[in-house]
Design a protein around this ligand. Structure first.
Ligand code: PGA
Length: 245
């Protein structure tokens, strides 16, 4: 995937039944023809999504290649199923499932070593923001996740800036605040890892109504869409605005 064009990632989370997925697929498989789109369905539905014009990603991955890890999916298994992207470090994994910075680092490394592209989520809580700690939190998350990885590996990482207080709430930061944080992130990755212009997506309550406005942020590389990606019409509108069909 070329790095200098926008991308849209749909994180469907734990939504839709098998029947609803069939309806969803009838719509999206016909209409989405852009290789700038990554859909991350609930993992049991992945086989229904592969081999289309868009890419398929997982919402989570484990850090080991194989073995006695009940309920987990390895990067090697994911790659063998035609999956090319994985979301790592989503705030729901960090908070609800207590994923540590160390585990997230191990997952990023294992995914990259097994040919997957990583969408690494970072972002601050409402409290951290009010204490003006956004940059400090983001710096910790990025430095620990990418520690020791060389620039060739990091070139397969896409960052997703998702302020936690914006996820699923309908509240989005001011455009200039998103721009400022993305600038900070790009500068930090260059300073720490000598990787220039790493792609940074924005995520948090992106929908079919605010996409035109968000799409004018000059340094945003695309969008990570949660709730709105489960509604094919809304998702398609977002794709059309950000990347075209
Ligand atoms: P949202 O979720 O679009 O529903 O806010 C975004 C995300 O969690 O990645």
């Amino acid at each position: 995937m070329e790095k200098n064009k926008k991308i849209v990632v749909g994180n469907m989370k734990m939504n839709l039944t098998s029947k609803e997925i069939s309806t969803y697929l009838k719509f999206v498989n016909k209409k989405i023809t852009s290789r700038r789109v990554v859909i991350c369905p609930t993992s049991i539905y992945v086989p229904y999504f592969v081999n289309q014009n868009y890419f398929v990603g997982l919402q989570n991955i484990y850090s080991e290649e194989k073995g006695a890890y009940t309920g987990e999916i390895s990067p090697k298994q994911a790659y063998s199923m035609g999956i090319s992207f994985v979301i790592v470090g989503h705030s729901e994994r960090r908070t609800l499932f207590k994923e540590s910075d160390t585990l997230i680092h191990n997952k990023v490394k294992a995914a990259l070593e097994n040919h997957l592209n990583v969408i690494l989520c970072i972002g601050e809580t409402e409290e951290e923001r009010s204490l003006l700690k956004t940059d400090v939190v983001i710096k910790r998350q990025i430095k620990s996740a990418l520690k020791g990885l060389d620039s060739a590996m990091i070139s397969k990482v896409i960052l997703a800036y998702e302020p936690i207080w914006s996820i699923g709430t309908g509240v989005i930061p001011k455009k200039k605040d998103i721009e400022k944080t993305i600038d900070y992130i790009k500068g930090l990755v260059f300073q720490e890892f000598l990787v220039e212009d790493i792609p940074v997506l924005y995520g948090g309550s992106v929908n079919e109504k605010n996409i035109e406005k968000l799409n004018t942020i000059p340094n945003v590389s695309g969008f990570l869409v949660g709730g709105a990606s489960t509604d094919p019409e809304k998702f398609l509108k977002i794709i059309e605005v950000a990347v075209g069909r």
